[in-house]
Design a protein around this ligand. Structure first.
Ligand code: NAD
Ligand code: DAU
Length: 367
């Protein structure tokens, strides 16, 4: 844990009204599905622009909950934010909304600066204006990524004190947003917390990301693109474990503190792809090893970070958090979820996805 101030740390924050941005995306929807039911006394307002990555179907189970509502809009819309703060009197913001896919940031970096940097600035301004001179505790929780720290070799872990060294447009935009959040704390006294997290997986992830993409392609017998030689290493965290950590940080962490949340489940991309394909074969009664034939090694991602790994011992020691899923059981449950929810997947795969897929993989020899 990195603590940027020792003077205003206090414990147990119970917000009454929370603005959640990007709650129709992968992690945001998993967060709301948990939080709305776990904290019935707290109101949650989900502000989401419903980009290609936002899907209200993810939230069907809480749609009618009395402590949940949805607002369609952009975090760059300062008038809308002022109205929402006025109407709901938020005492916390949990900020997920972002452009989140590294490959898209390579194709079109501008959208990443617009939402992740400028959008975060507009949201910070709205919170600052609404909270200036207000009584009682407040929190601005920025949900960030391990990618702000750059790329590791085969040894070592990032800590909250690691110097920032982002290498993709996505990572640079998230790093800029982290800096803005801390600067608002130092300059204007805005009470913030930041979490930097490793690769998430689980239900409701858009199939541009490795795990749902591999499962979907295996389900339809399509080739599986593995960048380079598949040697890059990621640390995988089940989204339910991430949500549990986020909930603890919002309620228990002191202001101006930074928490790293990793799964301690490192694996190379090729090993992970094989694990997923073997699980699909097992779950669909195919002969073991059948789907491995779908793997194609394709042109590497430019500037591909080799490895990420996080030292999560502070959140384990200080907030009592532990991941409940190991990778093997988490992957089995995730494969089963996607196999049982083919309709959810098919509903989001329209022409836009086909265009994206062509642009991303066509030049790599796959369509
Ligand atoms: P996602 O792409 O699945 O969802 C992003 C959501 O934000 C979508 O619902 C989208 O409609 C919404 N959104 C985008 N632009 C918006 C705008 N201008 N205004 C309002 N809403 C907008 O992303 P995710 O994977 O759920 O990631 C959520 C957050 O967690 C991001 O900030 C990301 O950087 C961070 N993060 C993700 C991971 C991961 O493995 N997925 C890991 C660490 C951190
Ligand atoms: O580390 C946290 C980050 O994890 C988050 O901040 C990002 O929002 C999230 O998208 C994720 O970024 P990655 O780039 O690591 O995830 P992705 O699923 O895109 O890729 C995982 C690894 O798999 C990466 O090394 C690239 C590789 N890959 C990916 C795709 C889509 C392939 O080999 N083939 C593919 O087709």
């Amino acid at each position: 844990m990195r603590d940027d101030s020792s003077d205003d740390v206090f414990k147990m924050f119970n917000p009454s009204s929370v603005l959640v941005t990007g709650g129709a995306g992968f992690i945001g929807s998993n967060y709301l599905l948990h939080a709305v039911r776990a904290h019935p006394q707290t109101r949650y307002v989900n502000l989401d622009a419903l980009t290609y990555a936002g899907n209200l179907a993810n939230l069907a189970d809480i749609e009618g909950a009395p402590n949940y509502s949805f607002a369609h809009g952009d975090i760059n819309d300062s008038d809308l934010l002022a109205r929402l703060f006025d109407e709901y009197g938020f005492d916390a913001v949990v900020h997920f909304a972002a452009e989140s896919h590294v490959d898209r940031s390579i194709l079109n970096p501008t959208a990443f600066v617009t939402t992740n940097v400028h959008g975060t600035l507009v949201l910070l301004q709205a919170a600052r204006e609404a909270w200036e001179g207000a009584d009682g505790p407040r929190r601005f929780h920025h949900v960030s990524t391990d990618e702000v720290f750059g790329s590791l070799g085969s040894e070592g872990h990032f800590t909250a004190d690691t110097t920032y060294a982002p290498r993709s447009p996505y990572a640079a935009s998230k790093a800029a947003a982290d800096h803005l959040v801390r600067a608002f704390g130092t300059t204007y006294g805005l009470p913030w917390v930041i979490t930097n997290t490793s690769n998430n997986y689980g239900p409701y992830q858009f199939p541009e990301k490795l795990i749902p993409l591999v499962i979907r392609n295996a389900m339809t017998g399509a080739p599986i693109p593995v960048y380079g030689k598949g040697e890059n290493v990621r640390d995988w965290l089940h989204v339910e474990d991430h949500v549990d950590a986020l909930d603890r940080v919002l309620h228990q962490a002191g202001t101006r503190s930074t928490w790293l949340i990793g799964g301690d489940q490192e694996i190379s991309n090729l090993e992970l792809v094989h694990m997923l394909l073997d699980e699909v074969d097992r779950a669909t009664d195919k002969e073991a090893g059948t789907s491995r034939n779908l793997v194609r090694f394709v042109t590497d991602r430019p500037g591909h970070d080799f490895r990420y790994a996080l030292d999560s011992s502070p959140i384990q020691k200080e907030l009592g958090w532990r991941p409940k899923h190991d990778l093997a059981s988490g992957i089995a449950a995730t494969v089963s979820w996607y196999l049982n929810n083919a309709a959810w997947m098919n509903a989001i795969l329209g022409g836009d996805y086909r265009d994206y897929y062509k642009m991303q993989y066509g030049s790599r020899g796959m369509n």
